[in-house]
Design a protein around this ligand. Structure first.
Ligand SMILES: CC(=O)SCCNC(=O)CCNC(=O)[C@H](O)C(C)(C)COP(=O)(O)OP(=O)(O)OC[C@H]1O[C@@H](n2cnc3c(N)ncnc32)[C@H](O)[C@@H]1OP(=O)(O)O
Ligand SMILES: CC(C)C(=O)C(=O)O
Length: 513
């Protein structure tokens, strides 16, 4: 099996992400984590860019024990001097020299002829190689470079002493099939006595950075460049964690493996996200929050029976403790009962159908169903056992409320009330529906779950004016008004029962609901 070298440029190209700037201390901490992860070479910065860039590369070079450290330099002697000075104390120092070779870059940016560019490559790679043994050369914008000129540029660098040839897709322009041909062409035609190692360096402008990098590996590249979480200039670079996991999962196809300790992947990704301030998208491959979450009923059922039905990557592989089956409107009964068991909620088989229906109604309105939601849903469900009315809906129009109640025969009662505010109007509507003398003693609302769409529990105390008995009742819903209406209706049901069955002792919320 071929071992692919992993070259991480999170601290150089990754820091070119608009808005990202790592402190020297952060860079050293990241480099230590990259070494723990198993990265072969860290491009620690562009030493000529600023004193801090230089200092970070110097400190990282001194701190690494097994990982190679390189610094980027233009084909400018003073840049190479700065890079050499910064990496020279590394146990395994390298230098990375680049110059653009595409017509547009040569003519408009460098204002150099192709011959001048070739002469500069020869001079600068030789200069670097006289100072540091391992030199990498990059013909910038290689994928928009004329193939024959690209071969000349690469051959010039190899003849001048470069060991590594990096073929950057600087503007994310290439495709897997085209990039494959470029690598096959160069590998077949570059002449050297020494072993030359080729690498892809891909940007994600067309969303193909990882696919292009993998295509290059398949075509014979022995090293791959990229960043953690794919951070980098514009749309970013190829995400190294995705490449490493793709090699691992599709060993059968790539016949190549990464040196990474994959169970350090999530730790590394989290650190980069925290220090860069760039959040990891939930749906990102390998390290996104949803990478091991199964939402829909058919998937959840499959995963409960055998995780491999819908999981090609085990969460443990990349350092995640376990997968998750978040409950939502697309969940099925298997996942719902699994959650009741996980939360150790006792239930009768007969409860499952009505509880599940209630859960589905809640899930239609609330995106993230949390454990607390499930507990509140099950606790509040006892209202169905009460005789009399079941709350159906509430509509508010200004200070007027229209409530709908259903009795056990399925008959619908609508009642309207007006008040000084929404709650007052709802309670007046319920008073009318029950037509009994009730005095509201206290009313309080508590958020019982997280988020702006959290469920709230309303706790109500009322006095039955006919008997003087105090009743407590509660109601839970994601809609505070509806929760209040349910609580007040529950209290009224208790009052109605007493008026029908004779005087009761004071009834607490738990007794009542
Ligand atoms: C594709 C990539 O990611 S390349 C890496 C990008 N990274 C950076 O740019 C690092 C941060 N950069 C910097 O701090 C600065 O740009 C510096 C210190 C490198 C240079 O700053 P300045 O000397 O002020 O030049 P400036 O950035 O304005 O322009 C770049 C100059 O380098 C030249 N140049 C660009 N690339 C190369 C190269 N590979 N080899 C030689 N010259 C180059 C440009 O033609 C231009 O030259 P000019 O001044 O004669 O027109
Ligand atoms: C310097 C090179 C490797 C680069 O970052 C690019 O071309 O994107």
């Amino acid at each position: 099996m071929r071992q692919i070298e992993f070259f991480d440029t999170s601290l150089r190209d990754g820091e070119q992400t608009p808005g990202v700037s790592f402190s020297v201390k952060e860079k050293v901490a990241i480099a230590k984590q990259l070494e723990k992860w198993g990265i072969t070479v860290i491009e620690a910065g562009f030493p000529a860019a600023s004193p801090d860039s230089f200092e970070a590369v110097r400190e990282i070079a001194a701190a690494m024990t097994t990982t190679s450290v390189t610094g980027l330099a233009r084909c400018v002697l003073s840049d190479i001097d700065a890079a050499v000075e910064a990496v020279k104390d590394a146990k395994k120092p390298q230098i990375h020299v680049f110059i653009a070779t595409s017509p547009i870059h040569m003519e408009y940016k460098l204002k150099m002829t192709p011959e001048q560019v070739l002469a500069q490559i020869d001079k600068c790679v030789r200069y670097a190689r006289e100072r540091i043994e391992v030199v990498e050369f990059s013909p910038e914008d290689a994928t928009r470079t004329d193939r024959d000129f690209l071969l000349k540029a690469v051959q010039t660098a190899v003849d001048a002493g470069a060991t590594y040839i990096n073929i950057p897709d600087t503007v994310g322009y290439t495709t897997p099939a085209e990039y494959t041909k470029i690598f096959e062409f160069l590998i077949a035609n570059v002449k050297s006595e020494r072993e030359i190692i080729f690498s892809p360096h891909c940007h994600d402008d067309l969303g193909m950075a990882v696919a292009n990098s993998l295509a290059a590996i398949k075509a014979g590249a022995g090293r791959v460049e990229g960043t953690v979480n794919g951070i980098g200039e514009r749309a970013g670079n190829a995400a190294l964690e995705e490449i490493a996991v793709a090699l691992h999962i599709r060993k059968d196809f790539y016949q190549a493996e990464s040196p990474l300790k994959l169970d350090e992947t999530v730790n590394t990704a989290t650190m980069i996200s925290q220090f860069s301030g760039i959040a990891i998208p939930k749906n990102k491959a390998v390290v996104g929050g949803n990478a091991f979450a199964h939402e829909s009923g058919i998937h959840q059922d499959g995963v409960l029976k055998n995780a491999q039905t819908y999981e090609i990557i085990t969460p443990e592989l990349v350092g995640v403790k376990h997968n998750s089956l978040p409950l939502g409107k697309l969940s099925g009964r298997h996942a719902f009962t699994d959650k009741l068991q996980e939360l150790e909620i006792a239930y009768e088989e007969a409860d499952i159908v009505p509880l599940f229906e209630k859960f589905k109604k809640l899930a239609d309105k609330k995106k993230d169903i949390t454990d607390a939601d499930i507990r509140a849903l099950v606790a509040g469900d006892t209202v169905k056992n009460l005789e009399g009315f079941i709350f159906d809906s509430v509509k508010i129009d200004g200070h007027t409320a229209v409530i709908t109640l259903k009795n056990q025969e399925g008959e619908i009662f609508e009642s309207t009330g007006s008040g000084s505010g929404s709650i007052d109007a709802i309670f007046k509507a319920i008073d009318k529906a029950f037509n009994q003398e009730v005095n509201l003693i206290s009313y309080s609302v508590d958020a019982v779950t997280d988020g702006i769409d959290a469920q709230a529990t309303t706790i109500i105390s009322v006095e039955n004016l006919a008997t003087g008995t105090i009743f407590n009742a509660k109601g839970s819903d994601y809609d505070v008004l509806k929760g209040g209406a349910i609580a007040y209706m529950n209290a009224n049901v208790l009052v109605q029962k007493e008026n029908t069955n004779g005087k009761q002792d004071k009834i607490s919320a738990h007794d009542g609901i």
